[in-house]
Design a protein around this ligand. Structure first.
Ligand SMILES: N[C@@H](CCC(=O)N[C@@H](CS)C(=O)NCC(=O)O)C(=O)O
Length: 219
C-alpha cells in the first residue's frame, strides 16, 4: 500500500494525520506545498483547496478527521474506546476540540493585548469543559486515544508560547497535565518538521501577532 500525505509545514490539521501515522509506525511519504501558490495537481485532488490530503494508492482523501478515521480503522489497534457509548462521547468532543484550533488561528492574528486576552478567555472556557472529562494522563486514561491525536497539535503549539501566557492553565490543572503529556509524545514531535518551533515563531511575527513579542499579564 502506498500512503502519501500532502502537507503544509505549519498546518495543525496535517499534524493530526502525521501524528497518527507516526504513532502507528506506518510507512508514508510526505510532500509540502505552498498554500499561497497551490499547484494545479493539488487543486484537482483537494475539493476545498485545503491540506491535509492523504493519497492511498493514488486515491485522495481529505479532511483531517476522515483521514484519522481511515488510518485508525486500518491500523492493527484502534485508538477509539471499545465501548460504543464512550466512543460516541469521545467523538462528540471533536467539535469542541476543533474550536480550540479556531482560537489558535485567531491568537496568531490578534494584533493587540485586548484581542489576545479575548482569545485566551475563549480558550479557557473550552478548557473548563475539558477539565471535567479526563482522568489523565490521556483523555480516556492510561492509553493514548483518538481524541488525544485530534487535540495534540493545538497543545503542541500552545506549549511553544506558554511562557507568554502565564496563568492560562491556572483554573484547569488537569488540562495543563494533558497539554504537557501530549506535547511531549514522540509521535507528536515527529509529526512536524525539525525546525517547526522557529517556523512557528516566524509565522507569528509575520502576522504581527501581539503575542509574538509580548507576554500577557496573568488575568
Ligand atoms: N477542516 C479541515 C481544515 C483544513 C485547513 O483549514 N487547512 C488549511 C491549512 S492549516 C488550508 O489548507 N488552508 C488553505 C486555504 O484555505 O486556502 C481539516 O480538518 O482538514
Amino acid at each position: 500500500m502506498s500512503i502519501k500525505l500532502v502537507s503544509f509545514k505549519l498546518c495543525p490539521f496535517v499534524h493530526r494525520a502525521a501524528t497518527l501515522l507516526q504513532h502507528n509506525q506506518s510507512a508514508y511519504e510526505i510532500s509540502y506545498i505552498d498554500l499561497e501558490n497551490k499547484p494545479d495537481w493539488f487543486l484537482e485532488i483537494s475539493p476545498l483547496g485545503k491540506v491535509p490530503v492523504l493519497c492511498v494508492n493514488g486515491d485522495p482523501l481529505f479532511e483531517s478527521i476522515a483521514i484519522l478515521e481511515y488510518l485508525d480503522e486500518t491500523a492493527s489497534h484502534s485508538l477509539h474506546p471499545a465501548d460504543p457509548f464512550r466512543k460516541a462521547r469521545n467523538r462528540a468532543f471533536v467539535g469542541i476540540i476543533d474550536s480550540l484550533f479556531g482560537a489558535n488561528y485567531r491568537l496568531s492574528r490578534a494584533a493587540d493585548e485586548a484581542a489576545t486576552r479575548a482569545v485566551v478567555e475563549d480558550i479557557q472556557k473550552v478548557f473548563l469543559l475539558l477539565e471535567k472529562e479526563q482522568p489523565g494522563p490521556f483523555f480516556n486514561g492510561a492509553e493514548l486515544a483518538f481524541l488525544d491525536v485530534v487535540a495534540a497539535p493545538f497543545f503542541y503549539r500552545l506549549e511553544l508560547i506558554r511562557d507568554r501566557l502565564p496563568g492560562i492553565y491556572a483554573p484547569t490543572p488537569a488540562v495543563e497535565r494533558w497539554s504537557t503529556n501530549l506535547a511531549q509524545l514522540e509521535a507528536v514531535k515527529a509529526g512536524v518538521v525539525g525546525d517547526f518551533s522557529d517556523l512557528y515563531q516566524n509565522y507569528l511575527a509575520k502576522n504581527q501577532a501581539w503575542i509574538s513579542t509580548n507576554t500577557l499579564a496573568a488575568g
